[in-house]
Design a protein around this ligand. Sequence first.
Ligand code: AMP
Length: 217
Amino acid sequence: MRLVFLGPPGAGKGTQAKLVCEHYRIAHISTGDMLRERIARNTPTGQQARPYYERGELVPDSIMLDMVGERLGEPDCRAGFLLDGFPRTRAQAAALDGKLVAAKKSLTSVIMLVLGDEEVVRRLSGRRTCSNTDCQANYNIVSVPPKVEGKCDRCGSDLVQRNDDQPEAIRRRLDAYHRQTAEVVDYYRSKGLVREVPGTGSVEQIQQRIRDALDQR
Ligand code: AMP
């Protein structure tokens, strides 16, 4: 099974992706995680990607394609993979197709978690993060509240709202998501690969919908 996973920030994409990979025993490839790891280790790729990453801009396609191409060649991807955060541009989608065709493979499905903008803003504005940089635990005043209001359960430090979780910043991140994803979604729609899954309900309900969509193929 070879999957691409799309969805707005705050839709629970990371949680769902992890469960899908455990269930179908496929490799989870998160390009955001791969970049953070390379930036932390200060590898040549990390050094090239850092300025873009820090400005919240897309890292150039050439860097991303080298990184993903190498990763897809690793043995654990033979049984299948789920790409999370990639492709983000039409050029990345086309290049991924090229690599798969060269390996006589193709994508199985593109899962798209669908959540309205209002709900995304509501969820992300409820997020609170521990101010202790060694802890950074996440809460949500609506769905995962701390035991004591405004204090971290783990270390007792104050909980704060991240700058990029303020309503204005959330709108900007959403705009960027819609702009970037539109061309990728159109690309995959024209190939008949997109499966839309509503992103509302419990983690278990959403997971079941994803599995139903995948098992129906
Ligand atoms: P994420 O954790 O998926 O939100 O990614 C964090 C950051 O990594 C993004 O803001 C981009 O700077 C970079 N990034 C991750 N995936 C890609 C991609 N496919 N293309 C370009 N930049 C990416």
